[in-house]
Design a protein around this ligand. Structure first.
Ligand code: OAD
Ligand code: ZN
Length: 249
């Protein structure tokens, strides 16, 4: 159950969206938490149990590619068992209603696509994809557990790596450019379930300078100072209510 303050914020946010034509959404690990996929920070977060520098850096992969692949394969199995939740589904519905829409996600789990979202920029990559360290070919790997390790390129047989942006690596500049140009003209920005502990979501939020900026997160985050409205609730509880409210007119 949502408290009355969260309900009030949802009403305000829905009325702002009702008169908007362009919506941008930024999502982080929190939107998939209720699907059973662990977040990175906070209670039960992956970075509480694992050291990122052992598993999610180019150095870690050079040192022990199989260890890195095993860790990603364990996470792939969690993602394969998970189902999109009501928040992923509400975003797919919102996309079908808005004349102009873009979803920018830090998540690599593929749940937005499975819920039916179409216009998605996956700025941290995708856990179901790999790419060759030699010829750079990108390919899908849907099987989990992986039949053999490490994963090899289907084209040239060289070592392949997860198609993920690791610590110390740069973003795909063309994806960021596309996100920035959309954000600069959008009417409403909704930021869901990100701690803002990496700098990109904060930077992106700041680009939406002419938008009503709304955050959905049960906890205060690095995004909170950058938005006008913070809805303090869980994504899969709040998003269906937001959608209902929008349609109630
Ligand atoms: P974090 O784990 O840093 O933050 C998750 C956020 O989700 C927190 O602010 C929580 O309060 C919030 N949250 C938890 N449960 C929620 C729920 N049910 N509904 C809504 N929000 C909820 O995850 P990110 O901000 O996504 O990068 O982390 C950013 C990046 O850091 C990740 O993409 C990952 C990590 O290192 C890579 O692996 C490349
Ligand atoms: Zn290759």
């Amino acid at each position: 159950m949502l408290d009355s303050e969260a309900m009030d914020q949802i009403k305000v946010a829905a009325s702002q969206l009702a008169s908007a034509s362009s919506l941008a959404v930024i999502t982080g690990a929190g939107i998939s938490a209720e699907s059973g996929i662990p977040t990175f920070r906070g209670e039960g977060g992956l970075w509480r149990k694992f050291r990122a520098e052992d598993l999610a850096t180019p150095e870690a992969f050079r040192r022990d590619p199989n260890l890195v692949w095993e860790w990603y394969d364990w996470r792939r199995q969690i993602c394969a068992r998970a189902l999109p939740n009501a928040a992923h589904e509400a975003l797919a519905l919102l996309e079908s209603r808005m004349p102009s829409f873009l979803l920018i996600t830090q998540n690599v789990d593929g749940l937005h696509q499975r819920a039916g979202s179409k216009r998605i920029l996956e700025i941290h990559g995708n856990i179901w994809k790999a790419r060759c360290t030699a010829c750079k070919t990108k390919f899908e790997i849907s099987e989990t557990p992986l039949p053999s390790l490490p994963v090899l390129c289907p084209d040239c047989g060289s070592l392949a790596r997860p198609h993920i942006v690791w610590f110390g690596e740069s973003y795909d500049e063309s994806l960021i450019q596309e996100a920035v140009s959309f954000l600069r003209q959008c009417d409403v920005l909704l930021v869901i379930g990100t701690s803002g502990m990496v700098s990109m979501p904060g930077f992106l939020t700041e680009q939406a300078f002419r938008a009503q900026r709304i955050e959905l997160n049960p906890e205060p985050s690095g995004i909170t100072p950058l938005v006008q409205i913070s809805i303090r609730a869980k994504a899969a509880e709040a998003m269906p209510l937001f959608w209902e409210r929008l349609n109630a007119g």
